[in-house]
Write a protein that binds this ligand. Structure first.
Ligand SMILES: [Zn+2]
Length: 430
């Protein structure tokens, strides 16, 4: 492998340094290191150097949904967004509920080679919520599954959820719950509130999320298991999480970039690009998401990157599939909602986009400190850049970004995975 010299980079936004990388590992950090012959040079030009981002919640759509995204196009989007590891949700066709499917996803990710693709296994067979999938077989397979979820659906049966948590505890893996009591959301189309009433859309109450999180925290405590709550959207869920954490429950939580920035005001024009599960909620909820992320009650940002081919979105509201793109805009949205208002500094950004997600999922070689002897797995960020989001200009195969036309601050300028440049100046290095 070629050696790499990264010059003029500011780790966590601090003093500029040079970093020498050999065999994927940082061997020296100093000033004016200079490159020997044959060493590739990456001039960071004063960019902020962070550990490569880790997304616990990505939909890559392959197998079965290749018209919306493939492992290759999703990997390109991830590299473009500064990600070096992503967790691919199992709601594919076939569902990732066997060793065969998770091993396929893992192998395809390795072939593409732009980002570490970790398959998430289904908790129940076919995501049907009836019979538990073979968690142990998937965990022990070549794909080494560390996280299980029926994302898109809630593991609703409390007996099944209790057993899944007991297995997870024994296997030392994580159950990631899509917290939604489906009986409270039958026919629901938008956050239950004034906007939904005005638009004549059936309401989706925040209690559908809060009640499941409360229940699962109690079950996780009893099982001594690690529970991860997907895409928290409600202010009152934060209070449930705060209480559970104070009692020592092993619970972690994520918030999406769109729940940090957008409210249900965005759905006023019935544009299905803004249809998402859980729905966009109120300004009070958005405020609570930001405060909880700053405080650490919500641990991480998970993109819930959900690409959809045009035919699933260019349709009436009720028929459109829920979901939004996320990988290529996440850093900018975090800067806009968290760094600009002073809620997080660059160390905080590293924590929520890289360190904590790697810790939660048990990845030993991601989210590591920027130091000699550590893996050269990085994202470089130009904090002064401003760019306009264009869905058609993104690496993802789909274009369903809710931030279309929005001007956002900060841009990821390069991504490095174990010493190999996967993206440079906006260009993915395939
Ligand atoms: Zn999802």
């Amino acid at each position: 492998m070629t050696d790499l010299l990264i010059t003029n980079a500011r780790p966590y936004g601090e003093e500029a340094v040079d970093l020498l990388v050999r065999d994927g590992v940082v061997t020296e950090i100093g000033s004016d290191l200079g490159a020997a012959d044959g060493v590739e040079v990456l001039d960071a030009d004063g960019a902020v150097l962070l550990p490569g981002f880790v997304d616990l919640h990505t939909h890559l759509r392959e197998p079965g949904g290749e018209e919306s995204e493939t492992i290759e196009t999703g990997s390109r989007a991830a590299a473009r967004g500064g990600y070096t590891a992503v967790f691919a949700m199992p709601n594919t066709d076939p569902v990732a509920d066997t060793a065969v499917v998770v091993e396929h996803v893992r192998r395809r990710g390795e072939e593409v080679g732009l980002v570490d693709v970790h398959p998430v296994g289904a908790v129940t067979v076919g995501l049907e919520g009836v019979k538990m999938a073979e968690l142990g077989t998937m965990a022990r397979s070549r794909a080494r599954v560390r996280m299980f979820s029926d994302d898109g659906r809630c593991v609703h049966d409390p007996v099944l959820m209790r057993r899944a948590l007991e297995y997870a505890s024994a296997l030392d893996v994580v159950i990631a719950q899509h917290a939604e009591d489906h009986r409270l959301t039958v026919g629901a189309q938008a956050h239950e509130g004034v906007v939904a009433s005005r638009l004549g859309l059936a309401g989706w109450p925040a209690t559908a999320e809060e009640t499941i999180v409360a229940r699962d925290c109690a079950l996780a405590r009893e099982a001594g298991a690690a529970l991860h709550v997907c895409h928290v959207s409600s202010a009152r869920t934060v209070e449930v999480l705060r209480a559970a954490k104070a009692q020592g429950v092993r619970v972690s939580a994520e918030v999406t970039p769109h729940h940090l920035l957008l409210t249900d005001a965005a759905i006023a024009g019935y544009d299905p690009v803004n249809k998402v599960n859980p729905p966009l909620r109120t300004g009070e909820d958005t405020k609570a998401m930001r405060a909880a992320l700053a405080e650490g009650v919500i641990d991480v940002v998970g993109t819930d990157h959900a690409p959809h081919a045009a035919q699933y979105k260019d349709t009436e509201w009720a028929a459109a599939k829920p979901g939004m793109l996320g990988l290529e805009t996440a850093l900018s949205v975090v800067v806009h909602t968290m760094v600009e208002p002073g809620l997080l500094d660059w160390r905080g950004v590293a924590r929520v986009l890289s360190e904590r997600p790697a810790e939660i999922a048990g990845l030993p070689d991601h989210g590591r400190p920027i130091a000699e002897g550590e893996p050269a797995t990085f994202a470089l960020v130009d904090p002064d850049a401003v760019w306009t989001v264009r869905g058609t200009a993104l690496q993802s195969k789909a274009t369903n970004t809710p931030f279309e036309g929005m001007r956002l601050p900060a841009a990821v300028t390069a991504t490095v995975l174990r010493g190999r440049i996967t993206m440079r100046n906006g260009e993915v290095q395939a």
